[in-house]
Write a protein that binds this ligand. Structure first.
Ligand SMILES: CCCCCCCCCCCCCCC(=O)SCCNC(=O)CCNC(=O)[C@H](O)C(C)(C)COP(=O)(O)OP(=O)(O)OC[C@H]1O[C@@H](n2cnc3c(N)ncnc32)[C@H](O)[C@@H]1OP(=O)(O)O
Ligand SMILES: CCCCCCCC/C=C\CCCCCCCC(=O)OC[C@@H](O)COP(=O)(O)O
Length: 276
């Protein structure tokens, strides 16, 4: 076979592949931009509602924000199957920890957000236009992840506010988005906070999004997310010496549930589950 035939045959296979890649990549990025635009638009709509109803920055705005954000799932064909909502029914403050896979998690967060609950977020989110404004109005607590000492002192103040203002605090203990189909090791801030405030921890697990949202494969279609709110983990009587153990226990429990909800066989990782 001469070289020209070889070239034509490879082109015959390559061109549709390249076109498919370009169009799926285009579709994926278009949908992501559409998602961000919707977030900006809904935040811009929710902000005046918050200001008119509650006057300024308060956790009460989270009720309005969650109602508005819950409409997003209809635009993107995302469904949530929620189990264990009764585990949120505790008197008083608590620390809620959940896995964090992508910016789509805001839909899952708002789907089940309990009353009087604020989130800990990276400070960069403050500058995301109307999204930044809405997080500010909702009472989100910003931390500088690059300065552990600043983050720690903010968390210490949060522990006090949780008690005085009866607040629940939602933290993503992985500390960053992770769409790998597994959980990252947990950072320890959430567990220090629970111990400092002497409040229980409620783990929440979302199934893997990879079957319908996968950045590596340029995939973003509709799909179902299973959500499970686990029973509270008591921290009373625990001290600083128990932090590593508590962190590992929560990680292991959530990882098992994550694999079950994602219909994947459980793989023991055999390493420390705390971030070093
Ligand atoms: C229409 C759309 C509208 C959208 C509206 C949306 C509204 C809702 C917004 C929700 C936003 C959600 C955003 C999510 C994020 O931004 S995730 C990223 C930010 N969050 C986090 O990072 C939280 C998790 N991280 C931690 O908890 C970290 O521990 C942190 C406190 C940040 C410190 O970081 P780092 O140094 O990297 O962590 P380590 O865990 O390794 O800790 C180092 C040592 O310090 C000790 N430590 C940690 N915290 C404390 C503490 N509070 N008090 C005392 N000591 C602490 C820790 O034990 C380590 O020491 P040892 O190794 O144990 O000796
Ligand atoms: C005039 C300024 C215009 C700014 C435009 C900003 C564009 C962004 C607009 C909308 C984005 C919607 C984001 C929804 C909220 C997402 C919160 C979130 O998931 O943050 C990621 C954070 O947990 C972890 O960050 P990293 O994974 O460590 O990174």
């Amino acid at each position: 076979m001469d070289l020209w035939w070889l070239l034509w045959i490879s082109l015959l296979f390559l061109v549709p592949f390249i076109l498919m890649e370009i169009s799926s990549g285009f579709k994926f990025h278009f949908k992501l931009v559409y998602y961000c635009a919707m977030c900006l638009l809904l935040s811009a709509l929710a902000a005046p509602m918050c200001l008119l109803t509650n006057g300024g920055r308060t956790v009460n705005n989270m009720r309005i924000i969650s109602r508005v954000v819950r409409t997003l799932k209809y635009f993107f064909g995302v469904r949530f199957e929620v189990k264990g909502l009764e585990n949120f029914q505790i008197d008083g403050p608590c620390v809620i920890i959940s896995n964090h896979q992508s910016i789509l998690d805001m839909m899952g967060l708002m789907e089940i957000l309990p009353d009087r609950c604020v989130q800990i977020a990276k400070k960069e989110l403050m500058y995301a236009g109307s999204v930044g404004l809405i997080t500010y109005l909702g009472g989100v607590i910003y931390i500088n992840r690059k300065r552990t000492s600043d983050a720690k002192s903010i968390m210490a103040a949060v522990a006090q506010a949780m008690i005085s203002d009866n607040l629940k605090v939602w933290i993503y203990p992985e500390g960053t988005r992770n769409n790998s189909g597994d959980l990252l090791p947990f950072k320890k801030g959430a567990f220090h906070l629970a111990l400092q405030a002497q409040v229980p921890i409620i783990p929440v697990v979302y199934s893997s999004l990879t079957s319908f949202y996968n950045q590596k494969k340029n995939l973003f279609t509709g799909g179902t997310v299973k959500v499970e709110i686990l029973p509270k983990i008591d921290t009373s009587g625990l001290t600083e010496n128990d932090i590593t153990d508590l962190t590992e226990r929560c990680h292991q429990t959530m990882r098992q549930v994550f694999f079950r909800l994602s219909n994947k066989p459980y793989e023991s990782n055999g390493q420390s589950n705390c971030a070093q």
